[in-house]
Design a protein around this ligand. Structure first.
Ligand SMILES: NC(=O)c1ccc[n+]([C@@H]2O[C@H](COP(=O)([O-])OP(=O)(O)OC[C@H]3O[C@@H](n4cnc5c(N)ncnc54)[C@H](O)[C@@H]3O)[C@@H](O)[C@H]2O)c1
Ligand SMILES: [Zn+2]
Ligand SMILES: [Zn+2]
Length: 368
């Protein structure tokens, strides 16, 4: 089938929108007509070669749409079902069997190899050579995407599917980090470093959990204002203030119970650890440049503090995505306010607008 997709031809270069062909779904696969897809900072990281993904290939990992066809053995969804396409997982490794799907042992190749496990791609140039597919098991910057039955989360027939793609990664990542990983008790304090789509989702979840001190830290004034509207009790402009000093002052010298690093900058990660109370927990979410390392004062960690990487908000897409849809419907997770729509052929503008801090969550609408 002929489709239109934004192809990463060369690293560090703009994506090129063009015609490709996509396979028919094989056993266990689901072909989805993409209605819209979120753009996550991780797409830019892959474009810039800080996350491995082979070229030429199609990025995008926050797809939502309508099932067009299913392969043999697929029973979870059928043609016509509306779906959000979540992170892939194999279902049979020890971590999947233990219910820890985000740490599926097969996850690295499933998200970055650019192919199915047998090495074949679902995409090719018209009549020609393969183009890498299956970025995060989906490659959603495309009018059709191929994924696995396990990845899709069916949503209601009347769900606003055009809006829901960002729940597949960025919004689940922030909210899930708080709901599933940090699980702060009522009355605790949390500082969120970086209030992009991920950080603001974490903030909304922290409010739901009953955190009574929620400090938002960013360099973009508009994001800090939105953070205040979303429930931040204090904000810190990292452009003019040292966040560690400011957080110690706010807490009478104690530091905060929980911090979340949502910028991808290891200098900020150091701040997020140094601002912790004893025995606090720092969640590491941001994706730093390839090979980045960080150092900590040994005593900081020895004295009971935890530094914890958190992938995709942990938990399971099947649980988290419907919960966030319900919370949005109830007015308690207004992520629709973060979204600005672009057309597929504006993909590079969308990525640049996000990088400049002008748009929090770009969503690409697909042509019919
Ligand atoms: N761990 C995961 O599973 C996972 C999943 C999705 C995204 N991510 C990563 O999470 C990070 C956040 O994603 P996003 O989509 O919200 O990105 P974003 O670019 O929209 O947000 C990052 C925010 O950090 C702010 N910032 C930059 N430098 C800062 C500094 N020195 N101090 C304070 N704030 C600063 C920016 O102004 C921006 O608002 C990215 O690095 C992304 O790659 C990780
Ligand atoms: Zn697995
Ligand atoms: Zn992402």
């Amino acid at each position: 089938m002929e489709i239109t997709a934004a192809v990463l031809e060369e690293y560090h270069q703009p994506l090129r929108v063009q015609s490709l062909e996509i396979d028919e779904p094989r056993a266990g696969e689901v072909l989805v007509r993409t209605v819209a897809t979120g753009v996550c900072h991780t797409d830019a990281i892959a474009r810039d070669q800080d996350l491995p993904f082979p070229v030429p290939g199609v990025l995008g990992h926050e797809g939502a749409g309508v099932v067009e066809a299913v392969g043999d053995g697929v029973t979870k969804v059928a043609a016509g079902d509306k779906v959000v396409v979540g992170w892939p997982w194999c279902g049979v490794c020890r971590n999947c069997l233990a219910g820890r799907q985000r740490y599926c042992a097969q996850m690295p190749p499933m998200v970055t190899s650019g192919a199915r496990p047998d090495g074949t791609s679902a995409l090719r140039r018209p009549g020609g050579s393969p183009v890498h597919s299956h970025f995060f098991g989906q490659s959603s910057f495309s009018t059709r995407l191929m994924t696995w039955e396990r990845s899709v989360v069916k949503v209601a027939d009347d769900a606003p599917v055009e809006l829901l793609g960002p729940l597949a990664c960025g919004l689940s990542t922030g909210a899930g980090a708080v709901f599933n990983a940090l699980a702060p008790p009522a009355g605790s304090s949390i500082a969120i470093f970086g209030t992009g789509a991920v950080g603001l989702s974490a903030l909304l979840a922290a409010r739901e959990r009953g955190c009574t001190r929620i400090v938002a830290i960013d360099k973009v004034a508009a994001r800090l204002s939105l953070a205040t509207e979303f429930g931040a009790t204090e904000t810190i402009d990292a452009g003019g203030t040292d966040p560690v000093d400011a957080l110690r002052e706010l807490t009478g010298g104690d530091g905060v119970d929980f911090t979340l690093e949502c910028t991808g900058n290891v200098a900020v990660l150091r701040q997020a650890v140094d601002a912790l109370a004893m025995p606090g927990v720092c969640g590491v979410i941001g994706g730093a440049p390839a090979g980045a390392e960080f150092s900590l004062d040994h005593l900081t960690v020895l004295w009971g503090r935890t530094v914890r990487g958190i992938l995709g908000g942990e938990g399971q897409s099947e649980q988290l995505i419907p919960a966030l849809i319900d919370l949005q419907r109830l007015g308690r997770f207004p992520f629709d306010r973060l979204v600005e729509y672009f057309e597929l052929d504006e993909v590079n503008e969308a990525m640049e607008a996000s990088a400049r801090g002008e748009v929090i969550k770009p969503v690409l609408r697909m042509p019919e």
